[in-house]
Ligand binder design. Sequence first.
Ligand code: NAD
Length: 518
Amino acid sequence: MTSTIESPVTSDNTAVPHYQMFIDGRWVDSAERYEIINPATEEIVATAAKGDVSHADTAVAAARRTFQEGVWRNLSGSARAAVLETTADALEARSEELAAAATREGGAPIYLSMGLNAITPISNLRYFAELARTYRFELPGPVVGGIAHGGVVRREPVGVCAAIVPWNFPLALAVWKIGPALAAGNSVVLKTDEKTPIGALELARELQAAGLPDGVFNVVTGDGEVVGAHLASHTDVNKIGFTGSSEVGKKVSEAASRSNLKRVTLELGGKGPNIVLEDADMQMAVDGAIWGFLMHAGQACESGTRLLLPASVHDRFVDRLIERLKDVKIGDPLDATSNLGPLIDAAQRERVLGYIELAKQEGATVACGGGVPAGVDKGYWVEPTVLINVTNDMRVAREEIFGPVLCVLRYETVEEAIAIANDSDFGLSAGVWSNSVDTALEVSRQLEAGSVWINDFHMANENYAFGGFKQSGVGRELGANALDPYTEVKSIQISMEPDISKRAYGLALPTPAPAWSR
Ligand code: NAD
């Protein structure tokens, strides 16, 4: 069933809006629908089309057709940049609306949604537009004197790129894939997370309004194990950019490899160490520790969930931390004064509460929080929770909890802190707090993490590459080389003197050289 309305939303005369998918430039509905639930209130925010493999196939076919026709990839980088910039301007004009929609579907406090579901993706789009304008899609190759040849080195778009994103920062994480893919001239199929499709559908509308040819960008909503798995194993998809759990990332990587050796970028989970050195400004580090573990109720891959404290300041630090947490305002995420929102759904709340129980069984102590905030009967809330007496061999210190739970670990020497920090399957992020930038830099150099922040946390700035060591991922997003993973390198070499070239490789040529050698 297709329609050509200009909006992802139909009212259908029901009380809540209904979001359709965007495939080949049209808004497409499905026979089956599902509900998007506000995690703060448990109210239905909207319904969305439940796409299936046939929708994914139609979207991939549209993307392939546009790629073959060259309607997008044959434009100049500047022409593509102009479309991305017009889109960014249109989204900027709708920032408040986008942020409110993101808060309703995902539960992040409105200040965070404004940052991470509006200002950040808009700024990221502009950054990728600038890369499209300045990227060296074709360069003269080196002239190699000894074997007398020159050439051309080209960066060509990979083809059809699939993007699969989670629910925690849905628009930003989608733009981290869509932006470089489109900037480089690819066609794209995005699968949003089931729970948070709204931002990406609005992005599709604005890309189309900005002049993106139909079929170059497609959004399919639906289950991960159906639509996501199908895209990962689709033989007509050339590249997949995935953000999500390490567990699903491995499945995606396996399917991508088994089907057609797709190029893969994986941004996965984390268990970020946040190391406070003895000379750190204590109040700044206390606030930094809270920002590190509590942003979006701890539902961020790069969260600083393992706080490493020197034994000499441990008790004083924990006391201040617990005191400071009393200032955190838990409440309606649409209220600009709220600091902490709910978890995404009931399953995630149960999982987090389960980890808190596990911590007690493992011998840790709940120093504050540990349950559902008092007086709450709707929504999926968990109190800010600090676990002390945690050791790095406990499951709570090794596994990603993805909730407002901080594990505090003690260390005696800086070498021990570095060893504890690196003793993890993950390697996404880390923090170091010190009054000496030189000392903090020296520690940072020894940490196995894709991003290390000194005296701050969560600094996902588009100018710096982002991604993980070890099981936190494969490849990088953002940064000056962000377009590279969305391109194939083609080396074209032109022989100036074929005889010389062959001799350089030790090939004896008959005299006179036969025609095939010229
Ligand atoms: P998830 O892995 O369950 O789901 C992520 C996406 O994958 C969703 O769109 C889901 O529908 C889809 N999916 C599920 N099963 C699939 C399958 N078999 N094949 C293909 N796609 C499938 O993750 P989540 O619970 O939605 O998000 C939280 C996780 O994401 C955490 O582990 C977090 O650390 C990670 N994350 C990582 C980054 C990063 O940049 N490294 C950023 C944000 C979140």
